[in-house]
Write a protein that binds this ligand. Structure first.
Ligand SMILES: NC(=O)c1ccc[n+]([C@@H]2O[C@H](COP(=O)([O-])OP(=O)(O)OC[C@H]3O[C@@H](n4cnc5c(N)ncnc54)[C@H](OP(=O)(O)O)[C@@H]3O)[C@@H](O)[C@H]2O)c1
Length: 444
């Protein structure tokens, strides 16, 4: 019988050890916190595990229970009822390669589902008409996972298209997975609830499926003036308290405003500092990831902690001012693409999926919308993976504008991202990453 593994993590070493009749496989100390890996051989043991956790919570002790080694993409569904793709139990695998993922806490155990291929909605130069037509096309093609942010200025457009689709009975609310994000101006305990309420109003939704802290940073609000990331000045940074901000995110989940909550652009160190204080483990960490920046250490960390990785810029954003063409123009990827009769973009997306992450490519171009969805029902070989895993790596979005010695919580690139810089920036754009066109709205 397949063995499920669960990790129970106590918030402090002083707290009582979870006492279960299951075999305790390993007791380890991580950051002076006790972690116990518990093996259970049948889901029927879960109520006991969860009841134990409930008791701990009643006693005011924050104990979390996280899934370990969750199901890989494309696995057979064991419980298809909550899958947005509505796959029937007779089918072998979900048409969208849904990743089974934890929705943020044990209450919704066993899990929810998030479609592995999502639709990114950043709109830099794209007009509202183009954005709406692109989203409509995406729905028609089969995308059911949409990624937006309070920052992108596309929440309203996505909301309008979804509303139309609901009214036309093309879609039901539960058919789609909608992610939006908390912007830096609201990244503090009192900012979260009003921010999600505003996003929901803009999206015309009663809840989002996933609400993310967009960046582990807080900047001051700037009246009604719209400001780009690039315009952020050292004096704009405000003290950051990620723990109380996360607690406010947890309230959004308790209130049903977000089915799941997570983070974005968090390094392993930041997650490690946060995890001992959470009631709900972040369901997702959305980070830059593509074949030329593979995030293997962060992915390992997230996997160990039951956090689903979602890859932004899964194509390395070719043609975008902050992007690079290292993926689309890689001779190695081109060769793999020719071999499979696919495009380099499809190879990159397939590589992401086969590494257990969700990918959210952005295109409002009709043929590329279709192309980017064409990553099901074929596979890369081990040799293909080896070729891609040997490509040189460099973080594309270095975000050095978020680092300074005085006001930012992060002094340097290493401090922000944990890793040493692979390739020093060659140009100002390269160093900064964000630029004026990036923003349609926010810090308002
Ligand atoms: N959490 C964060 O901080 C964060 C940051 C950035 C982005 N995101 C999210 O991630 C999504 C995707 O990231 P991204 O937009 O930065 O990068 P991306 O999806 O890797 O790349 C988008 C660029 O690639 C082009 N493209 C799309 N499909 C293509 C294909 N099949 N062949 C060749 N070129 C193709 C697009 O051009 P066309 O539009 O002309 O097709 C666009 O210029 C965003 O939309 C957003 O939802 C999150």
């Amino acid at each position: 019988m397949k063995r499920d593994r669960w990790r129970a993590s106590l918030a402090s070493a002083k707290e009582a050890v979870l006492c279960l009749s299951h075999k305790v496989e390993k007791l380890s100390t991580l950051n002076s916190r006790e972690h116990i890996i518990i093996s259970i051989t049948s889901p029927s043991f879960l109520p006991l595990l969860l009841a134990t956790r409930e008791r701990q919570i009643e006693e005011g002790k924050a104990v979390r229970v996280t899934g370990q080694g969750g199901e890989r993409i494309g696995q057979e569904h064991s419980d298809d009822r909550s899958c947005p793709c509505r796959m029937s139990s007779g089918e072998r695998r979900c048409a969208q390669n849904c990743v089974k993922y934890r929705s943020g806490g044990w209450r919704r155990f066993p899990s929810s589902y998030i479609p592995a291929v999502g639709f990114g909605t950043v709109a830099l130069t794209d007009t509202p008409g183009v954005v709406k037509a692109g989203i409509r096309k995406a729905i028609q093609v089969g995308y059911r996972h949409f990624d937006t942010s309070a920052y992108y200025g596309t929440e309203a457009l996505l909301g309008e298209v979804l509303r139309e689709a609901f009214e036309d009975a093309e879609l039901k609310r539960e058919d789609v997975f909608v992610t939006t994000k908390l912007w830096m101006g609201d990244c503090h305990k009192d900012g979260v609830l009003p921010a999600i309420q505003k996003s929901l109003k803009t999206l015309q939704l009663e809840y989002v499926d996933l609400y993310l802290i967009h960046w582990p940073l807080r900047v001051r609000k700037n009246g009604s003036k719209h400001k780009s990331v690039r315009d952020i000045q050292p004096e704009d940074f405000l003290p950051l308290d990620l723990i109380s901000t996360w607690q406010a995110m947890e309230k959004c989940r308790d209130l049903g405003l977000a089915k799941a909550i997570g983070v974005s652009n968090f390094s392993a160190k930041k997650l490690e500092n946060l995890l001992p204080h959470v009631r709900y483990v972040p369901s997702v960490n959305q980070v830059e990831m593509h074949p030329t920046f593979r995030q293997s250490q962060l992915r390992d960390f997230c996997k160990r902690n039951g956090i689903q990785v979602v890859a932004w810029a899964p194509l390395a954003a070719p043609g975008v001012f902050y992007g690079v063409r290292s993926v689309i123009e890689s001779p190695v990827i081109k060769e793999i693409a020719v071999k499979h009769g696919k495009t380099p973009a499809q190879v990159a997306l397939r590589w992401g999926i086969e590494n257990g992450v969700c990918v959210i490519p952005k295109s409002y171009n009709e043929s590329r919308i279709i192309e980017n969805f064409g990553v099901q029902d074929w596979s890369l070989t081990e040799q293909d993976h080896e070729g891609i895993n040997n490509l040189p790596e460099s973080r594309m979005y270095k975000a050095l504008m978020f680092c300074n010695d005085t006001t930012s919580p992060y002094r340097s690139y290493e401090d922000l991202w944990d890793e040493p810089m692979h390739t020093p920036p060659q140009t100002v754009d390269d160093a900064v990453g964000g630029a004026a066109e990036y923003v349609i709205a926010m810090i308002s």
